[in-house]
Design a binder for this molecule. Structure first.
Ligand SMILES: Nc1ncnc2c1ncn2[C@@H]1O[C@H](COP(=O)(O)OP(=O)(O)OP(=O)(O)O)[C@@H](O)[C@H]1O
Length: 366
């Protein structure tokens, strides 16, 4: 069967924009909500939010590839590249590379997308890699660029991208398409523009490695340029929790130009990513308010435990905090743990559920 790029009408993607209208309206509402909420965060909180979202995306986009990075290393590197205070820790090259790309994407969101920008990101991502022949440039290898299933005993070719000799011309056309549709009086909606940008790039698969990570970065780039501000998206975070659907959606386009199913998937994914970002922003606002209200009432042990609870992020401290958790984090005696926790409930910083051994404590979000 022919691959999509062998079709005589390649790359005239076919889709029905009316099917996406409902998602588009929700997307615009959410974009407004995110930026509206951000206006209420003061400078330091905003810096933290940027660092949180960018590092989470860096960790998640790497995790999709099976590369597990330390959140602390990525955060430290992101802070350094944003010119913020850091702990000057030693950061492994892969974490430093993806952090640098995320910051570049954020800071230079409005710069023209061209070959050089993509090469720069590729160099950052391949930081420290010795197994890659062509770094900072498109692939040149003779063998076909294939996406193969992970099963070594019975490998299956899911997709074969255009041969290396064709990549430069394909990328020229892609970049022209991007530029034209970015400023084409918005004939193609932001949603469809970002979705096609991602898919088009994955179909060409221009690099030896890193195509997934750069493709996901391009989604943020496309949305940011369209909305005129850096998009703080949790796109990779959501994909990482449902990888199979992500691969299947791209695969559904390997042989056909009709991309309705892919765009619907992309629309739902983007809305989920926005929801996650909205939750993160609200969480950060809650954290700031919480500390303003309680900081003078907490002793050192209580502050330490509460900070640890906030570090668990939007998903929260799994299963709630037990007295045992409090003891481990604070190092206090049993009697002190009981007194500290009771005080936290009395001042309404924590709420309490359950009894005896099942007693759990939660940050009071009321
Ligand atoms: N059937 C497919 N056709 C085209 N592209 C695909 C297909 N299945 C997956 N992909 C894309 O290819 C990426 C993998 O390519 P590559 O290994 O070059 O990227 P990576 O950044 O190193 O890895 P990853 O994307 O897994 O993080 C996937 O993440 C996905 O974006």
């Amino acid at each position: 069967m022919r691959w999509i790029w062998q079709d005589k009408n390649w790359a005239n993607f076919e889709y029905d924009p009316s099917k996406l209208l409902i998602y588009e309206l929700e997307f615009e509402r959410n974009t407004g909500k995110i930026w509206g909420a951000i206006q209420h965060i003061e400078a330091e909180g905003l810096e933290n939010l940027k660092v949180e979202i960018l590092s989470q995306e860096a960790v998640s986009t790497s995790s999709i590839e099976g590369e597990i990075l330390s959140r602390e290393s990525v955060q430290s590197s992101i802070r350094k590249h944003l010119g913020l205070k850091t702990d000057f820790r030693q950061v492994p090259p892969n974490a430093a590379g993806v952090a640098e790309m995320m910051v570049d994407l954020y800071v230079n969101y409005d710069k023209t997308l061209n070959h050089e920008m993509l090469f720069k990101w590729h160099k950052m991502l391949m930081n420290g890699r010795r197994d890659i022949e062509t770094i900072g440039s498109y692939r040149t290898h003779e063998e076909p660029m294939q996406i193969i299933s992970g099963n070594l005993s019975a490998p299956r070719v899911f997709y074969e991208a255009p041969p290396s000799g064709q990549v430069k011309a394909e990328m020229d056309t892609f970049l022209n398409w991007y530029q034209e549709n970015l400023t084409n009086n918005q004939k193609v909606s932001t949603f469809i523009f970002a979705g096609i940008t991602h898919l088009y790039f994955e179909i060409i698969h221009p690099f030896e490695d890193g195509n997934g990570r750069i493709g996901r970065a391009l989604v943020a780039k496309a949305i940011s340029q369209r909305i005129g501000k850096p998009a703080l998206t949790s796109f990779a975070k959501v994909i990482d929790s449902q990888k199979k659907a992500y691969y299947q959606a791209i695969q559904s386009c390997n042989h056909q130009l009709n991309i309705d199913a892919y765009l619907t998937y992309f629309a739902e994914l983007t809305l989920q990513a926005q929801d996650y970002t909205i939750r993160m922003v609200s969480f950060l606002i809650f954290k700031t308010k919480f500390f303003n209200q309680y900081k003078d009432l907490l002793n050192e042990r209580q502050s330490k435990v509460i900070l640890r609870m906030f570090e668990a992020g939007v998903e929260g401290f799994k299963g709630g905090l037990s007295a045992g958790n409090y003891k481990t984090i604070s190092g206090a005696s049993n009697a002190t743990v009981t007194r500290d926790l009771q005080e936290l409930v009395n001042i309404t910083a924590l709420t309490k559920t359950g009894t005896l051994k099942s007693t759990r404590y939660w940050l009071n979000q009321q």
